[in-house]
Write a protein that binds this ligand. Structure first.
Ligand SMILES: Cc1cc2nc3c(=O)[nH]c(=O)nc-3n(C[C@H](O)[C@H](O)[C@H](O)COP(=O)(O)O)c2cc1C
Length: 354
């Protein structure tokens, strides 16, 4: 089906095509008789895939990555597409328009995207009221960012404001310090900045007795040395690590528009992020939650990420190229793979190749 729609969608500017997809999801959310149809088409369930992690029940390991639904507008429709979790956002305290358009590109020859959206979103209050319109069975996570106009030394307060606003409404948070499209955000990877951020979050968690898990999402461009250095604070402050966000590098690409500024996502990220995941799994002796993201296109990629130490994965770019049937396809084939190889549960393969 998507094979028929894709050439049409690809005639449009990528952000326009995305807007059309979101509008279609909005329509099915509004007319609730469509939701069971979506579920029937796209949902797949098998006990071998379900996990309880940090008090959250994940029906399957394939989550939606942040950036698809920036302002929590279509989660009710998205949960019918068979994801194990939905990460919404990135949300900032105040609404902001993001960077000027065009700001999203398809690199068709590379199965990749470049985006420089710049945290375009309706702000935390509007996003929260959107989210509260429905009840959900799928765990909803919130990706948290920083407003462009926030003064440099107050940026960590933005994270806390958003977390505080959503603390009763989501299953987990992801502190995003890795978007390349907000000036200086990635400087949170520096030692002093990161330790300030960690202590602000720790203080807040203790003071307000926050028990919602908080994850941290790092850039794909970080060196193994920096990752190793950060891991001690990360394991003390956060409940899991997401590896990894987009890259600013442009290596071995074919597409003519590869020089566009922004974060590159999709297939070219995969091998690099796999290395970061395996390294983290090894350094933390498999005791710290890792969520893998970057260039997952099929069941083989998913299995590799799990075998290199991720307990959960997330996808975005592959949805653009492969369509909304991808989570179901991956989950079905993953369940078949586990059974065919005599594994009793998805847990049995996590970290096997490290
Ligand atoms: C258009 C677009 C917007 C994104 N926005 C965010 C965001 O707001 N916060 C974030 O942490 N990651 C964001 N990402 C990164 C994705 O969540 C994901 O980590 C990354 O694209 C790698 O996965 P993929 O190769 O499956 O796309 C965005 C990605 C794209 C393509």
């Amino acid at each position: 089906m998507y094979k028929l729609i894709k050439p049409l969608l690809f005639q449009f500017d990528p952000e326009k095509a995305h807007g059309m997809t979101v509008n279609a999801l909005k329509t099915s959310q509004k007319h609730s008789q469509f939701l069971p149809i979506l579920e029937k088409l796209f949902y797949y369930k098998h006990d071998i895939l379900s996990q309880n992690i940090k008090g959250i029940h994940f029906e399957n390991p394939v989550g939606l990555a942040a950036g698809f639904d920036k302002s929590c507008e279509v989660p009710k429709a998205l949960e019918k597409l068979g994801f194990g979790a939905l990460e919404l956002g990135g949300i900032t305290p105040k609404p902001q328009p993001g960077n000027t358009k065009p700001r999203m590109y398809r690199l068709v020859e590379d199965d990749a995207l470049i985006n420089r959206m710049g945290f375009n979103n309706l702000g935390m209050h509007k996003a929260l009221s959107n989210l509260r319109k429905f009840n959900y069975e799928t765990p909803i996570g919130l990706n948290v960012g920083v407003n462009k106009a926030t003064p440099y030394e107050q940026r960590y307060e933005d994270y806390i404001k958003v977390i505080d606003t959503f603390k009763h409404d989501v299953a987990f948070f992801t502190v995003n310090i890795s978007s390349p499209n907000t000036e200086n955000l990635q400087s949170f990877h520096d030692e002093d900045e990161f330790s300030q951020l960690c202590s602000a979050i720790q203080t807040y968690k203790i003071q307000y007795e926050i028990d919602v898990p908080i994850f941290i999402k790092l850039t794909s461009d970080l060196s193994v040395g920096t990752l190793t250095r950060m891991l001690e604070s990360i394991t003390q402050t956060f409940d899991g690590i997401m590896l990894a966000n987009t890259t600013q590098k442009r290596e071995h690409l074919q597409s003519a528009n590869q020089k566009e500024t922004g974060g590159l996502s999709g297939r070219p990220l995969f091998e690099r992020n796999l290395q970061l995941i395996a390294h983290t799994y090894q350094k933390t002796q498999g005791k710290f939650l890792i969520i893998g993201t970057g260039g997952i296109f099929n069941v083989d990629d998913t299995i590799k990420m799990l075998r290199h130490g991720a307990s959960l994965v997330q996808i975005y770019s592959a949805l653009v190229f492969e369509g909304p049937g991808l989570p179901k396809k991956i989950n079905k084939q993953l369940a078949q793979y586990l059974q065919a190889h005599g594994y009793r549960h998805i847990n049995d393969i996590i970290g096997l190749d490290v």
